[in-house]
Design a binder for this molecule. Structure first.
Ligand SMILES: NC(=O)c1ccc[n+]([C@@H]2O[C@H](COP(=O)([O-])OP(=O)(O)OC[C@H]3O[C@@H](n4cnc5c(N)ncnc54)[C@H](O)[C@@H]3O)[C@@H](O)[C@H]2O)c1
Length: 336
């Protein structure tokens, strides 16, 4: 039996659901940062017996797995201590605030020899798996260009439920940290190539937001961003992220090769997906609910053949390098 402690009761709820659906795993503790009523409600819904506001309780001996789903500035401290205590660790993306911290986490994971995963869950959607197989199998020819888009509306409009997301010292970045790192990881994973950021620009749509308590908040992180990337073998990629596209949500990756083009698109809400390719007569489709549970792979018994989809902390570090380069210049501010 694997016993987990989950830190963070926002997206942490998704982790509770994934762990609940794994045979031989359960969550024994849910940690929050002050919103106890919400944490208690979430804990009750998933049968979690204990709620706390102190993440150090996650390091107790009874827990084998620590899940870090708190705001980004807390990731390194919690994940490092959990690794030091030889616990399995699942850490949300982006792995850390800086490349330096992400590198230290990746090194700590390597030295500890314990299992560690960065939560890049989109690798576990069969549409992206099929796209990767097409690329790796040479079905598209040599890859000339990859276009990646992750557009969402969870911060459309001037209010915000997430004050920390607008502050680089707690979030690392804005839309590049929310969605961009998923794209950077997919780019690395789909192509098997290292990429370098050649150019990037970003913009803040709402420089002053309103918190849930009705207070004005100076918003300093980008709501939209675009990146141009290159790989050493002459390949190109473009990535765009938006978190303010009212009424529109899209996660799409198009790979253009010398022989054919393929495009995988997944609905971020339902995980319904499709793969279109100029090499095939008709699209392949996957119904809603097709995102596989990453914990089923991560917690599977060791058979000596690790699932290549599992994004380790080295993958988290690789995406962090691109994130840091993408936000090297301050964002512009969209005019009123
Ligand atoms: N993989 C994904 O698709 C995905 C999606 C959403 C969020 N995330 C990541 O999950 C993390 C949390 O984001 P969120 O959307 O859940 O934010 P959120 O604001 O909704 O939730 C953050 C949670 O952390 C708790 N917290 C804050 N300070 C804490 C502390 N000192 N100790 C313990 N808990 C504390 C808060 O009480 C809250 O429960 C971020 O790293 C974010 O990037 C990933």
């Amino acid at each position: 039996m694997v016993r987990a402690a989950v830190i963070g009761a926002g997206f942490g709820e998704q982790h509770l659901a994934w762990i609940r659906d794994c045979p031989g795993a359960e969550t024994g503790l849910l940690v929050h940062g002050g919103n106890r009523a919400r944490a208690e409600k979430v804990a009750a819904a998933y049968g979690v017996p204990r709620v706390s506001s102190d993440f150090r309780e996650a390091f107790e001996d009874e827990f084998d797995l620590v899940v870090v789903a708190a705001p980004v500035h807390l990731h390194t401290e919690i994940a490092e201590e959990a690794l030091r205590r030889n616990k399995k660790v699942v850490c949300e993306k982006p792995l850390a605030l800086t490349v330096e911290s992400a590198r230290s986490l990746a090194e700590a994971a390597g030295e500890s020899g314990t299992a560690a995963m960065t939560m890049f869950q989109w690798r576990f959607h069969p549409a992206f798996g099929a796209l990767r197989d097409l690329v790796a199998g040479g079905g598209l020819g040599r890859v000339v260009h990859v276009d990646l888009q992750f557009h969402h509306d969870f911060l459309a409009g001037p209010s915000t439920a997430f004050p920390w997301r607008h502050d680089r010292s707690r979030a690392a970045a804005g839309a590049f940290a929310d969605q961009g790192v998923h794209l950077f990881d997919l780019l690395n994973w789909l192509t098997g190539r290292d990429h370098t950021v050649a150019a990037a620009a970003s913009s803040v749509a709402w420089p002053t937001r309103t918190t849930a308590a009705g207070q004005p908040l100076a918003a300093g992180t980008e709501d939209a961003g675009s990146v141009l990337l290159t790989s050493p073998d002459g390949g190109l990629a473009t990535a765009s992220v938006l978190r303010v596209t009212s009424g529109h949500r899209r996660l799409r990756v198009t790979v253009s090769g010398t022989g054919a083009v393929a495009s995988a698109e997944v609905c971020p809400d339902t995980s319904e997906g499709r793969l279109d390719s100029s090499a095939a007569d008709r699209p392949t489709r996957w119904p809603a609910g097709s995102l596989e549970n990453p914990y089923l792979s991560f917690l599977a018994p060791d058979t000596g053949a690790a699932d290549v989809r599992i994004p380790d902390f080295a993958a988290g570090l690789a995406a962090q390098r691109l994130l840091e380069a993408a936000v090297a210049h301050p964002p512009a501010v969209l005019s009123e």
